[in-house]
Design a protein around this ligand. Structure first.
Ligand code: AFP
Length: 342
């Protein structure tokens, strides 16, 4: 028996161990963030288990309600939202929550208050639930300025103030991707242990990618830079082969692939939706933060996405996320179109 190999196989870097290691680099830390994160992870494990047995437990289909975006709520959306709200409040480390499923911000009762603000989409990509496509939870974590005076303004911080962000993808495996501002790491749930194990240390997005990802059904309404970019992907003039198109329509899955394989993910503005579709606080900001932490870029068509200052909780923004060079090319097209006065 190879005892050495066996020992390394059992020396598992669980997400808790990983975060505690990170915490030990800050001697002044009291462990609040670690506790909060363990509650986020618990919520993800609960949702993962619900997604896995959704068909059996009759959790598929509509819950019969419409959320604030005017979309039909699925049973799993409702359940996931409840799970995260309860897990976050019971952590005793949050003061303000913003959920995609709830119109107003949720102020945590004073008895349970802590210093963190969590913005989240409990189950993104829910129109894909019934056909078994990967879906996920997206979250971002901020700190409140003054714990004794929590206000709505605290939830409207720019993305560059994020302390941490991540997502959990419920797919062929359950993958938790996290950044606390020190690179990006991916963990895979080992169902036999019930633990997330570090499987993708220090994720770096390739500098340039071979894939573009966009809902081409909206092409007739795109602006000129987006149209030109996609044309270049299909008919490159530089002698390179055309890029491949991959679009799942589930942001977590599309971003996960983009982080690992490189390329560009776009949800641009168009004539019908001048602000695009994706929500700034709990879709655009967390994914932009992860992208930059992995060495990529996030651009709105006008500016660095993380520098946007939100005015409303459920505001939308156009977004281009991906490999450094690919986003650079998109920025050049926008700059040229601005120079032309388009
Ligand atoms: P749903 O939660 O309604 O499925 O929306 C998912 C999403 O917000 C995001 O996950 C996708 O990237 C995007 O919408 C897909 O939108 P289109 O269907 O318009 O391409």
């Amino acid at each position: 028996m190879d005892y050495e190999a066996d020992t390394s196989r059992t020396d598992l870097m669980t997400i808790t161990r990983f975060v505690l290691n990170e915490q030990s680099k800050y001697p002044e830390s009291r462990g609040d963030f670690t506790i909060l994160l363990s509650h986020v992870v618990l919520g993800c494990k609960f949702v993962c288990s619900s997604v896995n047995k959704a068909g059996l437990a009759k959790l598929l289909g509509l819950a019969g309600d419409t959320n604030i975006q005017g979309e039909e709520q699925k049973k799993l959306d409702v359940l996931s939202n409840e799970v995260f709200v309860k897990a976050l409040i019971s952590s005793g480390r949050t003061c303000l929550l913003v959920s995609e499923e709830v119109e107003e911000a949720i102020f945590v009762p004073p008895s349970h208050r802590g210093k963190y603000i969590v913005v989240f989409d409990p189950l993104d990509g829910s129109s894909n639930i019934d056909c078994g496509v990967s879906i996920g939870t997206i979250f971002g974590i901020y700190m409140v300025e003054d714990e004794t005076k929590v206000s709505l303004e605290d939830a409207l911080q720019p993305g560059n103030k994020l302390l941490a962000a991540g997502y959990c993808m419920y797919g062929s495996s359950c993958t938790f991707v996290l950044s606390t501002g020190n690179g990006v790491n991916g963990f895979t749930l080992d169902p036999s242990l019930g633990e997330f194990i570090l499987t993708h240390p220090n994720i770096k997005i390739p500098r340039k990618g071979k894939i573009y990802s966009v809902n081409e059904g909206n092409a007739k309404n795109w602006d000129e830079p987006t149209t030109k970019y996609v044309q270049k992907c299909k008919f490159p003039q530089d002698g390179l082969p055309p890029k491949s198109l991959r679009y799942i329509g589930s942001m977590v899955a599309d971003i996960h692939r983009t982080l690992l394989y490189g390329g560009i993910f776009m949800y641009p503005a168009d004539i019908k939706s001048p602000n695009g579709k994706l929500r700034l606080l709990y879709e655009v900001f967390p994914m932009s933060y992860l992208m930059e932490q992995a060495g990529g870029q996030a651009f709105t068509g006008k500016q660095r996405a993380l520098d946007l200052v939100p005015k409303q909780l459920h505001e939308r923004s156009p977004i281009f996320l991906g490999s450094y060079d690919d986003i650079e090319q998109m920025k050049e097209l926008y700059a040229a179109s601005k120079a032309d006065g388009a």
